[in-house]
Ligand binder design. Structure first.
Ligand SMILES: [Zn+2]
Length: 236
């Protein structure tokens, strides 16, 4: 009888300890799910997201790893081309890195089932000086990029690859915006949100929006580049 008591006691203790661990573990998991990583520094963020990526292959993050899905989608809001790149994204998948098979990469799945790659590291490392302004500038000329893409043969002008074709500015986007913005006194400091939660010019800033649209139309030289050629070009 006393033996049983000892067993019962240790069982209760065991259950109690388990509950304790469970509660605390779920607290840790819960706090991470509330996007605590947003306050991490760059190194911590990189570690956090690379560990999520390296959990392995996944055909639907949204279904199989919904918390990771939420985290990555939140992180991608920091992508320099968020407004165009994340359009119509419905899910994410993790595949083997095409260049180095030892690594994984994360891909965007669009509503038309096409897949596009994205660098999560860019979303962590980029300094966001004037992030909203540049998003708004990108958003204004998005139609021009789309039009160019629609009428172009999607083949890389450098290496003739047909994969991951991006529309690239020959004279860089940065030099175009620098030239356009130089000495302007009417650069807004607040913006509206697009449907995809990036920034766009407010209606009252129609003047700068339209002038930028025309300036870009006149001065931008566009071309098709594959992702690898695009990444290896100098961003200056
Ligand atoms: Zn190429």
């Amino acid at each position: 009888m006393s033996n049983l008591n000892v067993h019962t006691k240790s069982f209760i203790l065991f259950t109690y300890t388990n509950n304790f661990i469970y509660k605390h573990l779920s607290f840790i998991i819960f706090s991470i799910n509330t996007m605590e990583w947003i306050n991490f520094n760059q190194t911590q963020k990189t570690k956090y997201f690379s560990s999520r990526l390296n959990k392995g292959l996944c055909s639907s993050l949204k279904i199989e790893r919904p918390d990771d899905f939420k985290d990555f989608m939140e992180l991608f809001k920091n992508h320099p081309e968020y407004s165009t790149k994340l359009t119509n994204v419905v899910d994410l998948c993790i595949v083997v890195n095409k260049k180095n098979h030892k690594y994984f990469e994360i891909n965007l799945i669009k509503s038309d089932k096409t897949v596009d790659d994205i660098s999560y590291r860019i979303c962590i490392s980029l300094k966001h000086k004037n992030k909203d302004l540049y998003e708004a500038l990108r958003y204004s000329i998005y139609e021009q990029i789309k039009e160019f893409k629609n009428k172009s043969r999607l083949i890389c002008v450098k290496c003739k690859s047909l994969e991951n074709i991006h529309i690239d500015h020959v004279n860089t986007f940065k030099s175009l915006t620098d030239n356009f913005l130089r000495n302007r006194k009417d650069i807004p400091s607040s913006f509206d949100n697009t449907y995809y939660n990036s920034s766009m010019f407010k209606t009252e800033d129609k003047k700068i929006n339209d002038e930028w649209f025309d300036y870009h139309k006149e001065n931008a030289v566009l071309r098709c580049l594959c992702r690898n050629c695009n990444l290896t070009r100098k961003k200056k």
